[in-house]
Ligand binder design. Structure first.
Ligand code: CFM
Length: 537
């Protein structure tokens, strides 16, 4: 069912007028006849409205740094931030060396009132010493939470002193939760730190094998990167590093040796991709390993970049083999899914990526959006120059990198680059908007009121989002699929992942559960009242 502008206006009219004006700019109905459709994004959520966003600390320590397995990640702050970010993201990892995998631990300085009053630097130094003594990690990160910035602890000075004392890299990140409007700020802060301190710290000048690549913006949620790497390995690529799923300090420090950087999640890691291009002359390719067709297309684009007949032939061979294996399975599930509709609202990439996979199952995405992405993730990177920086975005310093004198090497000539850019998304991302059908809706930073209203109007058959809104929606009788944690299933990426996804979504549809749920409003009136002598009460 399509929705009209009037219906959206009616929905927004319930807000106070300032809020109404604000939210209007975050919602658009796709209309390909329009010249362009601007959407507001990466601005503050209105206080008092509940949305799904996290904070800068979550984006830095939780998303980008957290999956690095051979580093211990210290949260400097009161215990809550460390505790509530402990094990909540399903970034899986396996140790490369015995004892060098610390992802199960939650290490916090557990600041108390006296630390807030008198400063927490001494306590932080003590915790770093303890961590080095007990775990003997390759490197340590320190992530600051809100009070650390408020009281002015100098975590950089503490880290520098500890580094001299202990002889291992200790990276400090001023990612206080309030630093930005969402976790997106934290991604940027973490990206800067990894480029400044980790990538290029290794002494390798050449990768260990042929077609060396880095896989950026892939966090191995539910084992996704293992499924992607299975294919890449088989085709013959050398995966130098994955940033940062199942990633390691050990791998990342030699990431400068890659000939191409793949970017899966543009939002969280495009800064690193851009900086590596400037520093080492390595272009990046936007890939999407969610969905069978998108995976095949990404592999073909990679082969085009390397332009080697043997690699191209091997790519086609593997694609043909995988298609023959997965397509009949997906066809079976498609019978259960065909004709249904979905909401696809996730953080910053998946709201776009999963639409292709839904389409392969015959499911139309009628509403999609991102919690915290920027305009370029909706409209394409060509809008970046016109995005105004506001007080919030100025909080995060842009790291100015220059070409590395010794290691900069143009991986492809400017002519070849221009030619490739006409064929494949090289150092470019076109965003979600171009892939959406006319009449579908894009919503930025969706909130709980709007979620319920959109559901009543569009009546989707499946709601794809996360833990924060899942149960409200299920109580409305609609199956919900978590696209952050995969409801403890997965992998969903690559060829094998698509089959898992098709199975899980089909299970959602055929479950008899829905016959037993009667939403409360179907049994009781939403409002009750009575008529008295004085009037209506
Ligand atoms: Fe990138 Fe992510 Fe996402 Fe993200 Fe996240 Fe995540 Fe996400 Mo949850 S890095 S933007 S900050 S793809 S944790 S693995 S699922 S919101 S859409």
């Amino acid at each position: 069912m399509a929705m009209t502008l009037e219906q959206i206006s009616e929905m927004l009219a319930k807000y106070p007028s300032k809020v109404e004006k604000n939210r209007k700019k975050h919602i658009i109905i796709k209309d390909s006849s329009a010249d362009r459709q601007e959407i507001e994004a990466n601005t503050r959520t209105i206080p008092g409205i509940i949305t799904n966003r996290g904070c800068a600390y979550a984006g830095c320590k939780g998303v980008v740094l957290g999956p690095l397995k051979d580093m211990v990640h210290i949260t400097h702050g009161p215990i809550g931030c460390g505790y509530y970010s402990w094990g909540t993201r399903r970034n899986k990892a396996r140790a490369d060396e015995p004892g060098q995998e610390f992802l199960n631990y939650c290490v916090s300085t557990d600041m108390q009132e006296s630390d807030i009053v008198f400063g927490g630097e001494k306590k932080l130094a003590k915790v770093i010493d303890e961590v080095a003594g007990i775990f003997k990690p390759k490197a340590i990160t320190v992530s600051a939470t809100c009070p650390v910035g408020l009281i002015g602890d100098d975590i950089n000075a503490v880290a520098r002193a500890a580094e001299e004392r202990l002889g291992i890299p200790i990276l400090a990140f001023s990612c206080e939760g309030y630093k930005g409007v969402s976790q997106s700020a934290g991604h940027h802060i973490a990206n800067n730190g990894l480029v400044e301190r980790v990538i290029g710290a290794g002494d390798r000048e050449e990768a260990a094998g042929k077609y060396p690549i880095n896989l950026l913006g892939e966090y191995n949620i539910g084992g996704d990167s293992w499924e992607i790497e299975r294919i890449l390995d088989e085709i013959g690529y050398t995966v130098v590093s994955v940033m940062t799923g199942n990633g390691s300090y050990e791998d990342l420090k030699n990431a400068h040796t890659a000939e191409l950087n793949l970017v899966q999640c543009h939002r969280s890691i495009n800064y690193i991709a851009g900086m590596l291009e400037t520093k080492y002359g390595t272009p990046w390719l936007k890939v999407n390993f969610i969905g069978v067709a998108a995976t095949a297309e990404s592999l073909r684009n990679m082969a085009r970049y390397f332009d080697d007949p043997a690699l191209t032939a091997r790519t086609e061979e593997i694609i043909a083999r995988e298609l023959a294996r997965v397509e009949p399975q997906i066809e079976q599930y498609r019978k259960l899914c065909e004709g249904k509709t979905a909401f696809c609202f996730v953080g910053g990439s998946r709201g776009h990526h999963y639409q292709g996979l839904f389409a392969e199952l015959g499911i139309d995405t009628v509403l999609a959006g991102y919690e915290f992405a920027h305009r370029d993730d909706y409209e394409g990177r060509q809008v970046i120059p016109e995005i105004k920086t506001d007080a919030d975005s100025k909080n995060i310093p842009d790291l100015h990198v220059t070409a590395d004198e010794r290691r900069f090497r143009l991986k492809v000539s400017p002519e070849k680059l221009a030619e490739l850019q006409r064929q494949i998304p090289l150092s470019f991302y076109a965003g979600m908007q171009v892939d959406m059908a006319d009449g579908t809706i894009m919503v930025d930073d969706l909130n709980h009121y709007e979620t319920e209203e959109f559901i009543k109007l569009l009546k989707p058959d499946i709601f794809a989002s996360g833990i924060k809104d899942k149960y409200v929606v299920q109580k409305m009788g609609i199956p919900a699929k978590q696209l952050h944690s995969y409801d403890y299933s997965g992998p969903y990426a690559g060829f094998g992942g698509a089959v898992n996804f098709a199975r899980d979504v089909s299970m959602g549809f055929v479950s008899p559960t829905w016959n037993f749920i009667v939403p409360p409003w179907k049994e009781e009136p939403l409002l009750t009242g009575s008529v008295t002598e004085e009037g209506v009460a």
